[in-house]
Design a binder for this molecule. Structure first.
Ligand code: G4P
Length: 282
C-alpha cells in the first residue's frame, strides 16, 4: 500500500453527502485537471446520482492543454457536463451558471409557470486540495450576501446568494480520495491531494518520474538538464539531487530533499503543464 489509510473516512463522507443531498439542487464536482480520472470517487458520486452535476476540471492552467481537450471530449462521450476552469483567475467560472441553467431549465420553467422563481442551490464536492474553497471564494466574493437562516445547513454553514436565481453553500463537501489502486494513489500524492505524512515521498517521486517520462520526457530533461535515456528513475532522482545541491554532510545525495524539490516543481508546473492520467486509464 502506497498510502496508510483509515476506512472510517468513507463512512463519514457518505453520511455528510447524504445530509447535503437533501438540500442541494446541483453539484459542482471538482476534479484536478492534472488527474481527472484519479481525482474522481465514483462510489461517493453514486450517492447523488439523482441530482444534476457539472464536473469542473480545476487547475486547468497547470494541466496539459491537449489533454484538457481530450478529457472534455471524454466527459461529453459519457454524457456528462464538464468544464475546464482556473479558479484562481476565474477563467470559465461564468460558464458554470450557463450550464447549470441549461441543466435545470425544466424545473426553472415549471416554477415560472406557477408564478414562482426557482432558486438553484449549488453544492461543491471534491477531494482535498482540488481547489474547492478557491472556487467558492471566486464565485461568492462578488456577492458576500449571506441568505440568513434557511434549512439545510448547520450553524457553521451558510447559503450565499449569488444572484436572483442561484445560491451556493459556503462550505464544500469533501470527497475521500480513492486509493485502493497504487497507481491512482501515486498520482493523488503527486498532485498534493494526500497529506504528506501518509506516504513515502521518495517512492512517490520515483514512481511519478516513471509515469511522466512516458509522455513528458523532453520537459523533464529540459528542466533538469539531464538525459533520461540511460537512467532509471532512482538514478534520475539522484541526478536531480546533484543538480539542485541536495548533498548530505558525508557527501551522499539527499534523495528525500531531491524528492521534495521535484514534487514541488511538478505541483507548481515548473517542469511544464503535465497531466498524469490518460483517457485509457479508465
Ligand atoms: P480545497 O478547498 O479543495 O482543499 O483546495 P483550496 O481551494 O484550498 O486550493 C488548494 C491550492 O490550490 C491552493 O494553493 C490554491 O491557491 C490552489 N488552486 C486552487 N484552484 C486553482 C487553480 O485553478 N489553478 C491553480 N494554479 N491553483 C489553484 P496554495 O494555497 O498555494 O496551497 P498548496 O498548493 O501549497 O497546497
Amino acid at each position: 500500500m502506497i498510502v496508510q489509510w483509515y476506512p472510517g473516512h468513507m463512512q463519514k463522507a457518505k453520511r455528510e453527502i447524504l445530509e447535503l443531498n437533501k438540500y442541494v439542487d446541483l453539484y459542482l464536482i471538482l476534479l484536478d485537471a492534472r488527474a481527472p480520472l484519479s481525482s474522481r470517487n465514483e462510489q461517493l458520486e453514486s450517492l447523488i446520482k439523482d441530482k444534476p452535476k457539472i464536473f469542473i476540471l480545476n487547475k486547468a492552467d497547470l494541466a496539459d492543454e491537449k489533454k484538457n481537450t481530450q478529457f472534455l471530449n471524454y466527459f461529453e462521450s459519457i454524457n456528462q457536463r464538464a468544464l475546464c476552469v482556473d479558479s484562481l483567475k476565474g477563467t470559465n467560472v461564468k460558464n458554470i451558471f450557463k450550464i447549470a441553467e441549461n441543466l435545470l431549465k425544466d424545473k426553472i420553467e415549471e416554477a415560472r409557470q406557477k408564478g414562482r422563481r426557482k432558486i438553484v442551490r449549488f453544492g461543491v464536492l471534491g477531494i482535498p486540495n482540488v481547489g474547492k474553497s478557491t472556487l467558492i471564494n471566486k464565485i461568492t466574493n462578488s456577492s458576500k450576501a449571506k441568505t440568513g437562516d434557511k434549512p439545510g445547513v448547520t450553524k457553521s454553514k451558510q447559503w450565499i446568494k449569488i444572484n436572483d436565481y442561484f445560491e451556493m453553500l459556503d462550505t464544500p463537501g469533501i470527497l475521500v480520495p480513492k486509493i485502493e489502486d497504487d497507481l491512482v494513489a501515486i498520482k493523488l500524492c503527486a498532485i498534493g491531494s494526500i497529506k504528506d505524512e501518509l506516504y513515502d515521498k521518495e517512492l512517490v517521486a520515483k514512481k511519478t518520474i516513471g509515469i511522466i517520462k512516458k509522455g513528458y520526457c523532453e520537459l523533464l530533461n529540459k528542466k533538469y538538464s539531464l538525459d533520461f535515456l540511460n537512467m532509471s528513475e532512482e538514478e534520475y532522482l539522484i541526478e536531480i539531487g546533484k543538480k539542485r545541491g541536495c548533498v548530505l554532510k558525508e557527501g551522499k545525495i539527499d534523495t528525500l530533499k531531491a524528492a521534495n524539490l521535484f514534487l514541488e516543481d511538478l505541483r507548481k508546473a515548473k517542469i511544464g503543464r503535465i497531466t498524469l492520467d490518460e483517457i485509457g486509464d479508465r
